[in-house]
Ligand binder design. Structure first.
Ligand code: SF4
Length: 496
């Protein structure tokens, strides 16, 4: 028996760090709680604590599999076990590294000649296999199968004398996507890859500095957003305050680095109440809905016809508002309705992954409000379609409520390519858009909808704010990868 694979890209991780707060672990707990959507497989917190008579700080570590509230259920863990004025935390989904290996739970910690060092990583390194093989050839023993551990070993082997310089040297050797928080004996360090794939924000809470994947983690603890950690920036926060530096790769290239923020963060992954890449997610998501309404409206056939628009809750709620508002502005007689109810209490499903169990899984997560849907022309808004299995079951579920027609609208283009920068998509063969050669009509038929339309790539980019060097990665839609991928990683993907 096993659980069914979710039909949404899984990804990423959430990271949080704080320096200079007497309840650093408690603040980190709340920060991770707000970032739970970024990873639900495992979580962990590391604090650094001053111990009288000891030269180095003591690093306290607590990690476990499960949700933040479950792993830190016992208040004593936070209040006494994780003392200290500085902390980092991590919520995990596995992108690289097996899910059932407890050594893969972050933050990772080492105690080496330079001092204590702990690391929490969001993203995916694109050259880690080569680096890992080189390090192993030199005798390095790896504890985990995660790409992130490479950074610790590279820093520990550096000949530089200061820890921050050792970390900087390690980061100059890695490529790909990383938003990092690190804890040393004296500082909290935050760093972001030169392309800025994943978000990372800086905030302030009284005298303490905080760093988090998304600003919703600041709101929960009452911290104020200051700015984003810039792509290619390394920030050091210690007793002296805060200082900033640039990663070497930025000045070696001698040309402005283009940013490649993950556009999927706006489409699906980040919370709508967060601000990422300098913009409110809510604002971008509404615009996605608005542009989709302009590109692919659904109109009533006559005065007696009723068009209702429903969202696939919760991730499509905001875009649905945008779609409805724009349709009404254009004079279309459409109405927003709550036609799908989502249960928030779906645990494991102890069933075999065959077709009927998929149906049961969808039914345990969603139910229809039948009176709302019956005899109506229904427009259903979703943020993305991956395998298409859930979408197909949703259409089937809605059909049972006897609507007149079902029109599926998606606020992103068809997903046809895998992600190597930290988002975990199924293999290329499993992506419905790939299986149907990108033929939207065929995909619509496969889902059982009366019509299907996706937002175009052009309009997707129009919705995301872009000025100066700010650009976006759209590789999973376009197949254009902004940072080279190791051949090994591509081979792995094909083997999956
Ligand atoms: S490939 Fe897609 S999911 Fe991955 S970073 Fe690029 S836009 Fe984001």
């Amino acid at each position: 028996m096993r659980t069914l694979t979710p039909d949404k890209p899984r990804c990423h991780c959430g990271v949080f760090g704080i320096f200079g707060h007497p309840e650093a672990s408690v603040m980190t707990y709340y920060g991770l709680h707000a970032l739970q959507h970024r990873g639900q497989e495992a979580t962990g917190i590391v604090t650094s604590e001053e111990v009288e008579g000891r030269h180095r700080k003591r690093f306290n570590v607590y990690k476990g599999t499960g949700l933040v509230a479950d792993v830190f259920r016992d208040e004593k863990i936070l209040k006494t076990g994780l003392s200290g004025m500085a902390a980092i935390g991590h919520n995990r989904y596995s992108t690289t590294g097996a899910t059932d290996n407890k050594f893969n739970i972050q933050p990772f910690t080492v105690n080496y000649k330079g001092g204590n060092l702990a690391l929490a990583h969001n993203g995916n390194l694109t050259n880690f296999k080569r680096l890992r093989a080189e390090l192993q050839n030199d005798g390095v023993i790896f504890q985990s199968t995660s790409d992130s551990e490479v950074i610790l070993h590279l820093a520990a082997r550096s000949r530089k004398t200061e820890q921050v310089l050792q970390i900087k040297e390690a980061l100059d050797a890695v490529t790909g996507a990383y938003s990092l928080v690190l804890l040393t004996d004296t500082s909290l360090i935050a760093a972001r890859d030169p392309h800025g794939f994943r978000p990372l924000a800086l905030g302030k809470l009284a005298d303490a500095y905080v760093v988090a994947s998304e600003t919703c983690a600041f709101d929960i603890i009452g911290a104020t957003y200051i700015r984003d950690v810039a792509p290619g920036e390394i920030l050091v926060i210690d007793e002296e305050g805060m200082r900033t530096g640039r990663l070497r790769s930025l000045w070696v290239s001698r040309k402005p680095h283009e940013h490649h923020h993950c556009i999927f963060e706006y489409i699906y992954f980040s919370r709508p109440d967060s601000k990422i890449f300098g913009e409110n997610v809510d604002r971008v998501r509404r615009k996605l809905g608005k542009l989709l309404a302009q590109e692919s409206p659904v109109r009533a056939d006559g005065p007696d016809d009723r068009v209702i628009v429903i969202s696939v809750p919760d991730s499509s709620n905001t875009a649905t508002l945008g779609y409805v508002t724009e349709s009404q502005k254009s004079g279309d007689d459409v109405r927003l309705e709550i036609g799908l109810i989502r249960s928030h209490y779906v645990g494991r499903t102890f069933i075999q992954p065959d077709q009927s169990s998929r149906e049961l899984k969808v039914k345990s997560k969603f139910n229809t409000v039948k009176g709302v849907l019956k005899d109506r022309k229904v427009v259903i808004i979703d943020d993305s379609i991956v395998r298409g299995t859930t979408s197909k079951q949703l259409v089937k579920l809605i059909r049972e409520a006897e609507p007149k027609e079902i029109h599926f609208r998606v606020t992103s283009p068809p997903i046809r390519y895998p992600c190597y920068y930290g988002m975990d998509f199924p293999s290329r063969d499993e992506l419905v858009a790939n299986r149907m050669d990108g033929n939207v009509e065929r995909i619509g038929k496969e889902l059982g909808a009366d019509s299907l339309e996706y937002l175009s790539l052009e309009k997707l980019l129009e919705a995301a704010p872009a000025e100066g060097a700010k650009k976006y990665c759209t590789a999973c839609f376009s197949g254009v990868y902004p940072v080279p991928i190791e051949r090994e990683a591509v081979k792995d993907e094909n083997d999956r």
